[in-house]
Design a protein around this ligand. Sequence first.
Ligand SMILES: NC(=O)C1=CN([C@@H]2O[C@H](COP(=O)(O)OP(=O)(O)OC[C@H]3O[C@@H](n4cnc5c(N)ncnc54)[C@H](OP(=O)(O)O)[C@@H]3O)[C@@H](O)[C@H]2O)C=CC1
Ligand SMILES: CC[C@](O)(C(C)=O)C(=O)O
Ligand SMILES: [Mg+2]
Ligand SMILES: [Mg+2]
Length: 337
Amino acid sequence: MTAETFYDDDADLSVIQGRKVAVIGYGSQGHAHSLSLRDSGVDVVIGLKEGSKSRAKAQEQGLRVLTPAEASAWADVIMVLAPDTAQRKIYTESIEPHLSGGKALFFGHGLNIRFELIKPPADVDVAMVAPKGPGHLVRRQYVDGKGVPALVAVEQDASGTALALALSYAKAIGGTRAGVIRTTFKEETETDLFGEQAVLCGGTAALVQTGFEVLTEAGYAPEIAYFECLHELKLIVDLMYEGGISRMRYSVSDTAEFGDYTRGPRVIDGRVKEEMKKILSEIQSGEFTRELIADDEAGGPALAQYRKEGAEHPVEVTGKKLRGMMSWVDRPITETA
Ligand SMILES: NC(=O)C1=CN([C@@H]2O[C@H](COP(=O)(O)OP(=O)(O)OC[C@H]3O[C@@H](n4cnc5c(N)ncnc54)[C@H](OP(=O)(O)O)[C@@H]3O)[C@@H](O)[C@H]2O)C=CC1
Ligand SMILES: CC[C@](O)(C(C)=O)C(=O)O
Ligand SMILES: [Mg+2]
Ligand SMILES: [Mg+2]
């Protein structure tokens, strides 16, 4: 079944321009949404704790900053763009007391609704506008007159107009310029978690690290291993991004293409597929989310340990040195914030 897709002509910007929007959080997604909403003529405030590191940044960009509770009291559309693990507490302490009937609660990812960590009252709209890309790219594309495709979903339509409101919001951040696809909170959450764990972040990082380890343990220079297993990945992925796997195979040498067909499936084999299926069922059952929340509630010891180990991996040490030789590569991700 083809997904329902919306473009600029399907969305009315004046809907969101007629509302007061609070964006809770000013990180990767928060800064992108807020700045583009403002540039689209929307009345927007940022909700951040007193003493938040992001406060100065948002104020420097000319945005009004209140506490999450003040922002939620002021707004009639509240977009929650703080980390997923922080959202339940923010909701209970700062949003719920001000979530009167007729308001709308928006998310950039469905985890807290899908796994019932947040249960909004029946008389508010609950919707999602989830750009399919990192926040800094979302903002950069908007500024360039383009947009990153987004997903839109309505979990609760108390007003009867929640979809029109979500599409209007998506238009204000550039999403409908590229195309906004309709989904559900369940589908977005489960596929997003699967994609980032099995392929985009987890799968790719493990593939790069393992390839690097195999070459260096066999005595090859770490610098050469870095180029072969990490640096050139972008060039290969760019080709896939532009024209699919076939564009990449057309562009690389016949030798590389032959090695791709004959060796790739030996690396990503039936065992890997079985493990991916297990990962998907842990997501669907809520096991992954329980593990994530339990670690966060304990102060994040597992996350801190994984971060430390990741940063110490030899591919990172080698990469840092080599990227120093390539001034064009290390473009700071904060430059649009
Ligand atoms: N990263 C991305 O590109 C994508 C993210 N999403 C989703 O968007 C949402 C936001 O993610 P992301 O942008 O990565 O988040 P970030 O980790 O970048 O958000 C950090 C921001 O949230 C603030 N924050 C943290 N705790 C609180 C709190 N208790 N009260 C108020 N503000 C708080 C931080 O303030 P301080 O500076 O004080 O720490 C900072 O401004 C998530 O639901 C995520 O899944 C969806 C698509 C892509
Ligand atoms: C791929 C990671 C992501 O899902 C994203 C940028 O879309 C995230 O949660 O950050
Ligand atoms: Mg994602
Ligand atoms: Mg995600």
